[in-house]
Design a binder for this molecule. Structure first.
Ligand code: ARG
Length: 273
């Protein structure tokens, strides 16, 4: 009897240890995983200058921009290398959820739908949206209502798409994977206007002769604001997020983030020459 009891106790103990070990394994600490790998992988859609864009260096294309500098600062703070993965904007969150990337930095707005799927850092930049049109149409768009009368273009899966669909209640619009494709369609007259970040719009205005950012246009209901934060996979990410938020705070209070951003704007204009 005693022997049987001892055996049972042993089996129970082994089972308990196994269960708790499996339990721990499921909740892998995101920061430990990154440290063990010696690198942090960032996913980005490099079509949004000055935040992320491509330049050519020694005949090769390179991803640069304010978001990439921010990613590098975070990698440095953790003490690991930074690896950048370029993807279409609408593939980034699925890649984060499946563990292909450790974080997404791509001018992403932490909206309520996304917050259900992933976690976000504090906001590192608060921008506004603007409307880019062909020069000859610049006087045709004076209000949000005017937007309903033209062929609109937005980036697929963006908060600008949500604004056009849910706030303006426009059913027919063009959603493309990358911003440069939208600008090409604008230039060729396939679309009349693009809703996007106003800094990105200004850069495109400077890049092409016949596209213009509409001035003094009041957008509402999420159309006016474009906050940006870093996305990470849900799970045991508290330490990783804490570290990211510390870095964001430091960069902001020291004024370094503003410098990063203005350097990126300068880099765009250099790349153009
Ligand atoms: N802020 C918008 C969003 O989160 C647009 C971001 C676009 N970013 C980019 N790299 N193209 O949906």
């Amino acid at each position: 009897m005693k022997k049987v009891f001892k055996k049972l106790l042993a089996i129970t103990l082994v089972a308990m240890i196994t269960i708790s070990a499996v339990g721990c394994g499921k909740e892998e600490n995101a920061l430990t995983k990154i440290k063990d790998a010696g690198k942090i992988v960032v996913g980005t859609s490099p079509d949004y200058p000055p935040f992320e864009f491509l330049i050519s260096e020694d005949g090769k294309s390179k991803i640069v921009g304010a978001d990439i500098d921010l990613a590098q600062k975070i990698a440095d703070k953790i003490g690991v290398k930074l690896e950048i993965k370029s993807m279409d904007f609408d593939s980034l969150l699925p890649a984060l959820q499946s563990g292909k990337v450790d974080m997404v930095i791509t001018g992403m707005t932490p909206d309520e739908t996304r917050k259900k799927a992933v976690d976000f850092s504090d906001i590192y930049f608060k921008g506004v949206n603007g409307v880019l049109v062909k020069e000859e149409n610049v006087d045709k768009i004076k209000s949000e209502d005017d937007l309903k009368k033209v062929n609109l273009g937005v980036q697929k899966g963006s908060t600008q798409e949500t604004y056009v669909k849910d706030k303006l209640k426009i059913e027919k619009y063009k959603a493309l994977k990358a911003v440069p494709n939208l600008v090409m369609d604008l230039k060729s007259g396939k679309i009349d206007a693009i809703v996007l970040n106003d800094k990105v719009a200004k850069i495109n205005e400077g890049k092409y002769d016949n596209v213009k950012l509409v001035k003094d246009l009041k957008l509402t209901g999420g159309g006016d604001e474009e906050a940006m934060a870093i996305a990470v996979k849900k799970g045991d990410n508290k330490e990783l997020l804490k570290l990211m938020n510390e870095e964001i705070k430091e960069l902001q209070s020291s004024g370094e983030y503003d410098k990063i951003l203005s350097n990126a704007v300068e880099e765009v204009s250099k790349a153009k020459q």
